[in-house]
Design a protein around this ligand. Structure first.
Ligand SMILES: [Zn+2]
Length: 318
């Protein structure tokens, strides 16, 4: 079986989704296009007057806000919010290179999960590229704390996340998920988990101009110890799975995939961004390695999601 995980990947074709921003409620179209090797994830925004700002690398150094969602600065006083779910879909599927373009200030929330992005990409398949995949291998543990919560990046043979949440709420309570990444496991166990929120916060958020687009169509809404949605949870522990989905998006802002373990207790976007910038603050914490030099997280096509077709494999190898 080919070690496809050793090679960089992009999308098999362009995809486009329409939706609304969860905070702004504005309609937005987001497209994702294949990109050459070593592009990483680059984002552009089409402004109302037709001007295009970007593409710029979706990089941790461009993260400007981490309240409620992750926002990146594109320069020229232009930003894009709520990037974490679409980036999570790309990272979760093992896509290294993509151009993301949208015509609004916020990525569409879709159903509150990464599944609509995943489905659109899976429909087009993957393109395995010639260039060897590079990883950021964690060689020294980095930990950041805030009150009783923490996030850490640790050396580990593989790509792993160990995430725990602890809510003073009977529906959520304490949930923990340990996840050894493969694209198939991401699609099946993580990508469908929806974002969630509490009704007591919604009122305050709306008055401040946030969550204007949030609804039972795109969030799990909790009122005290009750879920207001009439449809059942997609996973019994959907809440921790969504936090893991978010973390996968936030941690993909290092420019290439991380090789190591992420651990977090009661974390979120702010700690995710902080642990990543702390990792890069000291070159002794990590090294850039070629996939060939690592025992890989997944080695065979069996670890790809069902229906995901490799459209072209090393097409341009001479
Ligand atoms: Zn989220």
């Amino acid at each position: 079986m080919q070690r496809i995980s050793a090679r960089q990947c992009t999308l098999g074709g362009s995809v486009s989704v329409d939706g609304i921003g969860v905070h702004s409620a504005n309609p937005v179209t987001l497209s994702i296009d294949p990109a050459p090797a070593d592009t990483g994830y680059q984002i552009s925004r089409i402004m109302e007057d037709g001007r295009i700002v970007g593409p710029v690398a979706v990089d941790f150094s461009r993260v400007t806000r981490t309240t409620l969602c992750t926002t990146v600065d594109l320069g020229e006083s232009v930003s894009v919010a709520t990037i974490e779910h679409v980036i999570s879909a790309l990272s979760g599927l093992g896509i290294d290179n993509a151009f993301i373009t949208l015509n609004g200030p916020e990525c569409p929330i879709m159903d509150g999960s990464a599944a609509p992005f995943v489905d659109a990409i899976v429909e087009k398949g993957l393109q395995v590229q010639v260039a060897m995949r590079k990883y950021i291998k964690i060689i020294r543990t980095v930990t950041v704390r805030s009150n009783d919560s923490f996030a850490a990046l640790e050396p580990h043979n593989g790509r792993s996340l160990d995430l725990e949440i602890d809510f003073d709420n009977k529906v959520i309570g304490r949930q923990r998920m340990i996840f050894e990444w493969t694209p198939r496991k991401y699609v099946e166990n993580v990508s469908k988990a929806r974002t969630f929120g509490f009704m007591k916060d919604a009122q305050v958020l709306r008055q401040a101009g946030f969550a204007l687009g949030s609804s039972l169509e795109n969030s799990i809404a909790l009122e005290n110890d009750k879920i207001l949605n009439t449809t059942p949870l997609r996973y019994e522990d959907e809440f921790v799975r969504h936090k893991l989905l978010d973390a996968m998006g936030d941690l993909a802002l290092g420019g290439m995939p991380l090789y190591g373990k992420f651990r977090s207790y009661k974390g979120g976007h702010a700690l995710n961004a902080l642990v990543l910038s702390s990792l890069f603050a000291n070159e002794a914490n990590y090294e850039i390695v070629l996939a060939d030099d690592l025992p890989l997280a997944f080695d065979s096509l069996d670890d790809l999601p069902q229906n995901l077709e490799i459209k072209s494999y090393l097409r341009s190898v001479g």
